[in-house]
Design a protein around this ligand. Structure first.
Ligand code: AHM
Ligand code: MG
Length: 336
């Protein structure tokens, strides 16, 4: 079977459906190239001397892994000179990175988590790169880009996706016209479309949450999980299965593949009251993908994509996946 390449798909989207502009197409190609380099770097593991921590902290106060820093540099370098960006922002950088004056500037903003789930690096469990593309707001025309220019709700994303470095390396992408999955052919070095129009099954009996935080959860989450655990005999009348990979990319990938509900809710811990996951480069791109695949994403109170960000590294509660279960947990929040 002959597979369409990522390039072919993007050119088609540009020419026939106008769902992607020429510069966003180039940008996605560049990001996907950087993800290939990241995949190679990650796969070398101990042989490449890339495992372990650096001992430094990022802006979130988390100890940086060597690979957090390396992958951030790969993405910055790959995207600086292409001409389609005005600035970038990353989980690993306190503030935005403007395109240096040596290069032409474009009309887009790129946000990324260069290596999500990096606590899994040293144990050889799937990890990934998450990215989100916004446009330079009209009011910023002709002046220097500021952090405030990035603070746009997720509904304004023009593209989003992730690369997952697992048994296969895949790129899962949306330009607002459904969700497509491409598998990296390592011999050819190309991304080939293997998953066309991914849809999240509406129903599921599989949940993903870090159960060790149960004592900190808010009442609606506690109620929902207690009901799941009661199985067939409980009010939900079915037996649930549980999975928690602790790599959002891998958990979301499973949900896009076979359904499920993923939760990283707000909780009562001083560090959990706003949630753990970051809105702009984790929750928003994943919510865009999930919605484009027919699922739903909420923070318990409203649609994640509608949140007006107040800060670049803002956190949010995240509940996403198969519509029926996300609807149920959302409604439990309304009851409470
Ligand atoms: P990171 O960006 O520092 O890797 O943190 C995000 C990760 C997600 O991939 C995952 O869902 C979550 O943190 C796991 O958290 P926990 O270790 O609390 O289970
Ligand atoms: Mg992350």
């Amino acid at each position: 079977m002959k597979h369409k390449t990522l390039t072919q798909y993007l050119v088609e989207q540009q020419r026939q459906h106008q769902s992607v502009s020429a510069d966003v197409r180039l940008l996605i190609e560049t990001v996907s190239r950087a993800c290939k380099a990241i995949s190679t770097t990650v796969s070398k593991g101990a042989l490449g001397g890339v495992l372990g921590s650096l001992g430094t902290e990022n802006v979130q106060g988390e100890i940086q892994k060597k690979l957090d820093v390396l992958t951030n540099e790969i993405l910055l370098e790959a995207n600086e000179w292409g001409g389609s960006l005005a600035a970038m922002a990353s989980e690993e950088m306190e503030t935005i990175h403007r395109i240096p004056n040596d290069y032409p500037k474009g009309q887009n903003l790129l946000l990324f988590d260069p290596l999500d789930g990096s606590s899994n690096v040293d144990v050889n469990v799937s990890i990934g790169t998450i990215f989100s593309v916004l446009q330079v707001p009209a009011e910023a025309a002709g002046r220097e880009i500021t952090e405030a220019d990035f603070l746009q709700p997720g509904t304004r994303q023009v593209a989003a996706g992730y690369a997952i470095y697992g048994p296969q390396t895949m790129l899962v992408l949306t330009v607002g016209a459904g969700v497509m999955g491409f598998t990296l052919d390592h011999e050819m070095g190309s991304w080939l479309m293997t998953h066309e129009n991914i849809r999240v099954p509406e129903q599921t009996a599989e949940f993903a949450i870090n159960m060790s935080n149960m004592r900190h959860w808010e009442a609606p989450v506690r109620r929902y999980i207690e009901e799941c655990l009661q199985g067939e005999a409980g009010p939900l009348e079915k037996n649930y299965n549980m999975r928690w990979i602790a790599s959002m990319v891998a958990d979301v990938h499973r949900i896009l593949t076979r359904g499920g509900i993923f939760m990283y809710p707000r909780d009562a811990r001083p560090t959990g009251q706003k949630g753990k996951l970051r809105l702009m480069y984790e929750a928003n791109p994943m919510s865009f993908l999930i919605e484009q695949a027919g699922g739903r994403a909420t923070d318990g109170h409203g649609r994640i994509l509608d949140i007006q960000p107040q800060a670049l590294h803002e956190r949010t509660g995240v509940i996403l996946g198969s519509k029926e279960e996300v609807d149920r947990l959302h409604s439990y929040h309304q009851d409470a």
